[in-house]
Write a protein that binds this ligand. Structure first.
Ligand SMILES: Cc1ncc(C[n+]2csc(CCOP(=O)(O)OP(=O)(O)O)c2C)c(N)n1
Length: 321
């Protein structure tokens, strides 16, 4: 089984000076998703082809006839970013084999929101991971269908108010726990899975680099605070990301060939209340529900730590790459 290349982290001087995801796009103020795109392209450089599902990140970056993308980019349907990336990766392989293009790696990445990933694009994603295409899938998770007006997705967290999971006499907002797509990716036994947040920009860029340089499929789930949908002031987006991680609501970890490694938070967790109370979408939650969420976070962190401690159960992970 080939190991992911030994990689000690990106150095600032190795990064392209040019912005490959340019300024002047139309994202809301404080959009962490747009920042994530900028970091992803900084870490990869210009030898990349991007497929992008419908969603905020497509809408804000490509109002005809303008584009914020300085690399080859294709907008595809809501459901098939991973399928189109599979096709591109296969075509590149054939062209290289036939000597029609240079034998120099061209990275292929797919980008979709949480609706495009956890709900409607999940089948295409699963197929591409299972077939073993050499590409990286980035979920830009803002925890709802934001560009169409803040509707809930299966990635919306428990208790969050959205326009289709309203809080009131009959409900407390979203009534289900957030779907864990990173774990679904792990279940495909692919060589690299990671969670990331643009607040932790170095961690995120290193993961992006590691993901693209891993032979075979890789999945990176990026939590991207959305001031508009989360009802927070735009200047707090970075801080909200930090609190998501420090409270354990969104732990940062990698799974390399089946082996878990938690990057943040370290041992001591901040109370989830600190994360929830800054956001209008959780403002209606009573102590009872906050405690319920705290309980769940504790359980999830305990589960992750156990996975990290006991190591990889599968020696045959990613056997076919
Ligand atoms: C099959 C299909 N259903 C619905 C839509 C309408 N639609 C376009 S984008 C979108 C929401 C996207 O949500 P998400 O993937 O979470 O991305 P975000 O806008 O939050 O970045 C919806 C419902 C569509 N384009 N195609």
């Amino acid at each position: 089984m080939p190991e992911a290349k030994a990689f000690k982290g990106l150095k600032a001087r190795e990064l392209p000076k040019q912005e490959l995801f340019s300024q002047g796009h139309r994202a809301c103020q404080g959009c962490a998703g747009a920042l994530a795109l900028r970091l992803i392209l900084k870490a990869i450089g210009e030898r990349v082809i991007v497929t992008a599902a419908t969603g905020c990140m497509e809408i804000i970056s490509s109002p005809y006839p303008q584009t914020a993308w300085k690399v080859p980019w294709i907008h595809v349907a809501f459901e098939n970013a991973a399928a189109v990336a599979s096709g591109i990766e296969s075509a590149l392989k054939v062209l290289m084999r036939k000597g029609k293009i240079k034998q120099e790696k061209i990275y292929v990445i797919a980008i979709a929101g949480d609706g495009g990933t956890a709900d409607i694009g999940l089948q295409a994603l699963s197929g591409a991971l299972e077939r073993g295409h050499d590409f990286v899938y980035f979920c830009i998770d803002n925890e709802a269908y934001m560009n169409t007006g803040i509707q809930r997705s299966s990635s919306t967290p428990f208790g969050a108010r959205t326009t289709t999971s309203p809080a009131g006499k009959k409900g407390i907002g979203q009534m289900t726990w957030k779907k864990n797509v990173a774990e679904i990716a792990v279940a495909h036994h692919i060589p690299y899975v990671a969670t990331a947040c643009p607040t932790y920009y170095q961690d995120m860029m290193n993961k992006v680099k590691r993901a693209v340089d891993t032979p075979g499929p890789a999945y990176v789930h990026c939590l991207c605070p959305c001031p508009t949908g989360w009802r927070v002031s735009p200047h707090l987006a970075i801080e909200i990301g930090r609190l998501a991680v420090e409270t354990g609501v969104f732990p940062l970890y990698e799974v390399i060939n089946g082996q878990y490694k938690i990057n943040y938070p370290h041992r001591r967790l901040k109370p989830v209340r600190e994360y929830l109370q800054l956001q209008g979408r959780f403002r209606h939650l009573t102590d009872e529900y906050i405690e319920k969420i705290q309980q769940r976070v504790n359980e999830e962190m305990a589960r992750l730590r156990a996975l990290e401690k006991f190591g990889s159960f599968y020696k045959s992970v990613s056997a076919h790459f």
